[in-house]
Design a protein around this ligand. Structure first.
Ligand code: MRU
Length: 365
């Protein structure tokens, strides 16, 4: 995707030296566009934990590059196993992280130590390139769902939660990929952007990237979606996912479940867009079994924004002395979903639906 006419991915290898990893610092958006250079696996782990990079597919790709950086320093089997465990522990909910690290381990355990650096960079690059291709395919499949709501002289209203755009993946995004495809195809599309407290990924990141691509959008308070649905202002909801079970339960940013409940009550289609690396074939009951990240209370008790004097500042919005809890994800049961948009097409949110698209992966192991 382009920022001011320049094409970017959200993670890439520095072309100047061929080994350092570059990322866009997402904690600085939308106030400033800063590119960071990561030189070690420890720096990648910090970037994931602090959410300089975030979004399920992106943290998987970043971790893969983290393994490659570690191999440059020490390509022994011991170092490989250590860095894999260290990176896997950075965030618990998005299964793409574990998926990417396991893929790196499979490739590198079967490679001689002397050849591991080149193999690690090649595998990380393959993970990143495949993510881009898969998300582009999600866009093509999801475009048909948006097209189905298009009427002459009337825009299609899509509601989304959090940021599942290109900043959350290597490129294109998951939930926003169909939106970009529709916009580029000339369909008049407008996005209701949930602000997505506590970290405001919608207000800061989704609004930023939609704006840069010229897609009409309106930021709304997280609590506004139900009201808009009751008044016919939402044609469909499309969200991303951090982990989907074999039975079709979907974990995504906290608040997604409440939107799905409102959508069901108002007969608004509710789709989850995800690449197959987001499916955890080992789990069935998402509410019981998907680990939910608990993040720092300060993300809730404070808000960061641009002050009237232009400086970026953080202010407290909760009385000191009040407790604050910050579960970062929730699980929407399969029964509330219209279905999944994947790189292989759309399917029902169920065992049978997922198995129809991914028969080779259907046996839990
Ligand atoms: O905590 P975050 O910002 O990493 O959470 C991101 C989300 O919940 C996204 O919706 C999800 O990762 C899908 S990204 C294509």
């Amino acid at each position: 995707m382009k920022i001011d006419g320049i094409p970017y991915r959200s993670v890439w290898v520095d072309s100047a030296n061929g080994w350092q990893v570059r990322i866009i610092d997402q904690t600085k958006l939308p106030w400033s566009f800063e590119i960071l250079r990561l030189s070690s696996a420890a720096e990648v782990a910090h970037a994931i934990r602090s959410m300089q990079v975030r979004g399920a597919p992106l943290i998987g790709a970043a971790a893969a590059y983290g393994v490659a950086l570690a191999m440059r320093a020490d390509s022994s089997t011991e170092a490989l196993e250590q860095v894999a465990a260290m990176l896997a522990a950075t965030r618990p909910t998005a299964v793409n992280l574990r998926w990417a690290i396991e893929r790196m381990l499979t490739r590198l355990r079967n490679t001689r130590a002397a050849d591991r650096v080149a193999a690690a960079y090649a595998e990380a690059q393959a993970i990143a390139d495949e993510d881009v291709e898969q998300n582009a395919a999600i866009g093509r499949h999801g475009l048909k769902l948006i097209e189905a709501h298009a009427r002459p002289g009337r825009k299609v209203n899509v509601l989304t939660h959090c940021n599942a755009g290109w900043l959350a993946t290597v490129d294109w995004g998951t939930a926003l990929s169909p939106v970009y495809a529709a916009h580029d195809a000339g369909i008049e599309v407008h996005v209701w952007v949930d602000e997505t407290r506590p970290r405001n990924q919608g207000a800061s990141l989704t609004a930023f990237e939609l704006g840069k691509h010229g897609v009409a959008h309106t930021v709304i308070a997280d609590n506004a979606g139900g009201h808009l649905m009751q008044h016919g202002e939402v044609d469909l909801c499309i969200v991303g996912a951090d982990r989907v079970t074999a039975a079709g339960d979907a974990a995504n940013k906290i608040g997604t479940y409440l939107k799905a409940l409102a959508a069901r009550d108002n007969d608004v289609p509710f789709w989850v867009a995800m690449p197959s690396s987001t499916i955890d074939w080992r789990l069935r009951d998402g509410v019981a079994d998907i680990p939910i990240e608990q993040r720092a209370a300060t993300e809730l008790t404070t808000v960061t924004g641009r002050a009237m004097d232009g400086s970026v500042t953080t202010v407290r919005v909760v009385p000191s002395g009040s407790g604050a809890a910050n579960p970062a994800f929730d699980v929407t049961p399969a029964r509330l979903l219209s279905g999944f948009i994947t790189e292989r097409g759309t399917c029902e949110a169920s065992d049978a639906g997922l198995r129809s698209l991914f028969p080779e992966a259907a046996t839990p192991h």
